[in-house]
Ligand binder design. Structure first.
Ligand SMILES: Cc1cc2nc3c(=O)[nH]c(=O)nc-3n(C[C@H](O)[C@H](O)[C@H](O)COP(=O)(O)OP(=O)(O)OC[C@H]3O[C@@H](n4cnc5c(N)ncnc54)[C@H](O)[C@@H]3O)c2cc1C
Length: 453
């Protein structure tokens, strides 16, 4: 078991790495260093590198509902509260939604309708009049819309939350080593010799040798950082350093786009609920500082699978598809706007990007020791696109893992299964549509660009 005085390395200063640093501090660990590839936090490599994320507790699985409710209490504390906005949450499906989207909505509603905390806070919305009565700013036809409003939910400002918790951890003595050279972890060090070095293209490991106790990490500047415990919280990039993770976790990306609003338009939409239309996408109250209105399409997303069947975000030398979104996603978002706010449906989308996260086939997290490392290496992965809301409490579960010296919850254990090459699009109810590969997107996109010229 790691002693509280022992040097601990946390690789990755994203939502889960920072939360882990925070909770380990609170649990009395005194020698914590975070190694983060970006020059500053929030990192552009983090799945949470954007304006906001949905904070809601509707899950078909009561286990996550309770965790999310607990996290929401954390969002209301003085440390996290400045980033939380309880605007409420409208969940809907259009009249043209596929059965799967309607089923998901009905199950989510059932899960909270019978819950004592939520039951008095829910209002069913049947048809466009109900939606408009509830949120007067919706001005589109809302064709065939059905759904509900839940008051106990909203969003958190993700970029600001990451920055705020980073600064707080610094003020409490956590050390941060940052930047593409000093802060980029490129190789885990093992007592038995080198292992699992990231390739020079950033797409995957080149060597897989040696095993045994993990004794730290080498960074891109060649420095070795030694530790008694290494915690790998690299989000979508985890399999770069721990390749076996790629057998059951895939890096997947979703699109994000924004509309630039004027000051008056931003004020006009102030207070609208976070709105999630299950067959199209979701949006948030505009950000008052930047006046950006953020939208995300819903779909299964894109993977970037290499010859070994492991999906990782594209390396630095590949053309980074960071400045556009797939045409099919753009169409979904324009349709979403035509239904809700037609006055902005034809506006240009700005700050478009693909954001990468770590997905599991069943949406379960992985919070466990890596096998055969003598409990010297912990992996935090598999956020499956629903991990940000847990930021206030996530690190508590890492401290529990360390206290218990093993992962007691089977659902969060390391998996020896190999699900590479399988189609995950039908495995969980909220994934609508089928997954595609990034190279298909790049080809599609160049076709669209050519057609537009
Ligand atoms: C488009 C999109 C929408 C989402 N919406 C929601 C939502 O509404 N609600 C919700 O709860 N969740 C949402 N999520 C998921 C949420 O963002 C993630 O669950 C969360 O960010 C996971 O945290 P993490 O720390 O595991 O990974 P990340 O936040 O991605 O952090 C990983 C960190 O590792 C660093 N790193 C990577 N490689 C290296 C290296 N070699 N060396 C050092 N550092 C490295 C990165 O720079 C980054 O800071 C969404 C995700 C996406 C992509």
């Amino acid at each position: 078991m790691t002693r509280k005085e022992s040097p601990v390395l946390i690789l990755g200063g994203g939502a889960w790495g920072l939360s882990t640093a925070l909770h380990m501090l609170n649990a009395g660990y005194i020698d914590i260093t975070v190694i983060e590839r970006a020059e500053q936090i929030p990192s552009r490599y983090s799945a949470a590198w954007d304006l906001n994320k949905i904070v809601r507790a509707e899950y078909e699985d009561a286990f996550y509902t309770e965790l999310a409710l607990d996290a929401m209490e954390g969002w209301k504390t003085p440390l996290f509260g400045p980033y939380y906005h309880q605007t409420g949450y409208v969940v809907a499906a259009t009249g043209r939604a596929p059965r799967k989207a309607i089923d998901h909505l009905e199950k989510a509603l059932a899960s909270i309708s019978s819950h004592p905390t939520f039951a008095p806070e829910i209002r069913q919305l049947n048809g466009s009049k109900d939606f408009k009565d509830h949120t007067w700013q919706y001005s589109g036809p809302l064709t065939g819309f059905k759904g509900y409003f839940n008051r106990i939910a909203g969003y958190a400002h993700s970029a600001d939350a990451l920055k705020g918790i980073w600064e707080y951890c610094v003020s409490r003595g956590v050390k941060f080593i940052m930047g593409e050279s000093a802060g980029k972890a490129v190789e885990l060090l093992y007592a038995g010799g080198t292992a699992f070095a990231a390739s020079s293209t950033g797409t995957g490991p080149e060597k897989v040798t040696g095993k045994g106790r993990c004794i730290g990490v080498r960074t891109a500047d060649g420095k070795r950082h030694l530790s008694d415990l290494t915690i790998c919280a690299l989000g979508a990039y985890g399999a770069q350093l721990i390749p076996n993770l790629g057998n059951f976790i895939v890096a997947r990306c979703w699109s994000v786009a924004h509309v630039q609003l004027s000051e008056a338009e931003t004020d006009y939409l102030r207070g609208i609920p976070t709105t999630n239309v299950r067959d199209l996408g979701f949006f948030f109250e505009p950000d008052p500082k930047t006046r950006l209105f953020k939208l995300c399409p819903l779909g299964t997303g894109y993977t970037n699978t290499d010859g070994r069947g492991i999906s990782l975000p594209p390396g630095d030398r590949l053309p980074p598809p960071q400045d556009y979104i797939p045409f099919e996603d753009e169409q979904k978002l324009r349709q979403l706007l035509r239904e809700t706010f037609p006055w902005m449906a034809e506006r240009p989308f700005v700050d478009q990007k693909l954001c990468w996260f770590a997905d599991t086939a069943d949406s379960e997290y992985c919070i466990d020791f890596v096998p055969d490392t003598d409990k010297s290496l912990v992996v935090l992965s598999g956020d499956s696109g629903h991990g940000f809301k847990m930021m206030p409490s996530f690190g508590k579960w890492v401290v529990e893992l360390l206290d218990n010296d093993s992962q007691k919850l089977p659902r969060w254990q390391w998996r020896n299964t190999d699900s590479r090459g399988q189609d995950w699009s039908t495995s969980v109810s909220w994934r609508i549509g089928s997954s595609r590969e990034l190279h298909d997107l790049i080809e599609d996109n160049s076709r669209v660009i050519k057609a537009r010229l």
